[in-house]
Design a protein around this ligand. Structure first.
Ligand code: UDP
Length: 492
């Protein structure tokens, strides 16, 4: 038998959110909503089930959701399925890519289906011992999707499938994977997606939209006092400070790609200027679909214009653009040794970087963030985002884009594009973000960066509206209210 209940280390309670002036109204509204709904769920347990306790957006969101639901009186537990079958993970990674429209279609997949079902049947045996009639099973993503069918053979439970991924178009890959998953759909009373475009036809009649959300008190999103921010940057070798800081340096520090193509601590060859220069940042996984290369090319084009078309621009604007730097940060290569595509992307970027003129190399910092300590990593991401003038998410495809939400919440203006579903759901162009049409056009990127870097009033206005939008729509509180509504509906 496989599978495990996850113990969640202590986290902030709702009372702590309510004690913060700008979070209090949303936290209180959640509490009031729960006061009505929780009694209707009494006697039932909500089981959140996914395939990993660490890494990825689902594992990032569940601890907050589970902790707060329990505090609100909804008995909620988190169960992670397990397997030591390599074939299972190969298949589920393939399913993941196919839902994003990439990879060889699943044709004649009976052997894969047998492994997929065997692993889930095995996990259903463990979970089946814990479930009681009337409980609610919420299965996240495709890995544990067959569970509901096996569990319903023995218990009378309610079932929801929550899919966090999707693509806004159909191709052979998506059709084959949705066909492969179709036999498991009838075992679910409801489904939840992050965008209407992602819902396959057979879930259309029972699908609901719930946005992913961020936790404003997590290490990645909580406010950082100026000393903490500087201390985190100093301790991770992201900036040089003139005196000692209280905390000792992190055991693993950020690395910067050097002009010769090697990695060294990020303060070499000299301070990047995170605390003083205009900073344009993208933080993402090293995935081709994140649009890294055109972003680098767009930034270089902007700098080149200083020698051509921008010669006659006002001196202040020229200085601002001359001082601007691009930070491209992602997980350090050692942490993604099981991700050959990620390593390839790093190599491509490294080759493109090494081929640049030295002057442009100094203006671009490609950063590898250490992943050994997830808490330190989250603080580094938080500090870099807060030190940025503009955050870019140049994704060509993006399921949702928590990095966008994270920047919006921190009141940092975001540049993204209308081709990526997630960013265009989160932001309206020129209202709470800046959206270009084509993330693969360096010219559009250069134009947008020029505008955003030089228009400080526009930046501030975008960022203010963005924070409000993130607050109202993409915070844990609104997400949990949607879940409470769904749970109430399903049991009554
Ligand atoms: N992230 C991180 N460290 C990194 C790169 C990314 O913590 O080196 C985080 C980022 O802050 C965000 C998440 O990983 O919370 C990425 O989620 P998103 O929805 O933006 O994209 P995905 O990786 O799921 O495609």
């Amino acid at each position: 038998m496989s599978g495990n209940l996850v113990e969640i280390p202590p986290r902030p309670s709702l009372t702590e959110y309510e004690a913060i002036a700008h979070l209090a109204p949303a936290a209180e509204a959640l509490r009031a909503h729960a006061r009505e709904v929780a009694p209707r769920l009494e006697g039932r347990t909500v089981w959140m089930v996914n395939s990993t306790a660490q890494g990825g957006g689902v594992a990032e969101m569940l601890p907050t959701m589970v902790t707060l639901l329990n505090e609100l009186g909804v008995d909620t537990r988190w169960f992670v399925i397990e397997s030591d079958e390599e074939a299972f993970f190969r298949l589920t990674k393939r399913i993941h890519n196919l839902i994003h429209g990439a990879g060889d279609p699943l044709i004649d997949a009976s052997e894969e289906r047998a492994t997929y079902e065997e692993v889930n049947r095995d996990n259903a045996r463990t979970l089946g011992l814990l479930l009681r009639d009337g409980d609610v099973l919420v299965v996240h993503d495709p890995q544990p999707m067959p569970l509901a069918g096996f569990l319903r053979e023995h218990c009378d439970i309610h079932t929801v499938w929550r899919c966090h991924i999707g693509l806004d178009e159909e191709n052979e890959a998506t059709r084959s994977v949705w066909d492969f998953l179709q036999p498991y759909a009838p075992d679910y009373e409801r489904s939840v997606f992050s965008a209407p475009e992602y819902v396959p036809s057979y879930f259309q009649d029972r699908a609901q939209l719930i946005y992913p959300a961020i936790d404003p008190l997590s290490r990645k999103n909580r406010e950082l006092h100026i000393h903490s921010l500087v201390g985190i940057l100093a301790n991770s070798a992201l900036t040089v400070v003139p005196g000692p800081v209280v905390q000792p340096p992190y055991q693993h520090v950020a690395q910067r790609l050097q002009v010769d193509g090697n990695w060294s601590p990020a303060v070499l060859p000299a301070d990047i200027g995170l605390l003083i220069r205009p900073i344009v940042t993208q933080i993402s996984r090293w995935d081709r679909l994140k649009g890294w290369l055109p972003l680098m090319e767009g930034f270089v084009q902007l700098k080149e214009r200083l020698y051509t078309t921008y010669r006659s621009r006002p001196a202040l604007e020229r200085r601002r653009l001359a001082q601007a730097r691009l930070v491209m940060a992602g997980p350090d290569p050692a942490s993604i040794s099981d991700d050959p595509e990620g390593l390839e992307v790093i190599e491509e970027l490294r080759a493109a970087y090494v081929a640049l003129d030295d002057e442009f190399k100094h203006d671009i910092a490609m950063i590898a963030l250490p992943m050994q300590d997830p808490e330190a990593n989250a603080l580094m991401v938080n500090a870099i985002q807060r030190a940025s003038t503009v955050v870019v998410q140049n994704s060509i495809r993006e399921g949702f884009g928590l990095t966008v939400t994270e920047a919006m919440w921190k009141r940092i203006p975001v540049l993204s594009n209308t081709r990526a579903v997630g960013p265009r759901q989160q932001m309206v162009h020129a209202c709470d973000g800046w959206l270009i049409d084509d993330p693969e056009s360096p010219t559009q990127i250069a134009d947008a960066l020029d505008y955003l870097l030089n228009e400080s009033r526009e930046r501030a206005a975008l960022a203010r509206t963005a924070q409000r939008r993130a607050h109202d729509n993409f915070m844990t509180f609104s997400q949990l209210r949607s879940w409470l509504g769904l749970l109430e509906e399903i049991v009554t």
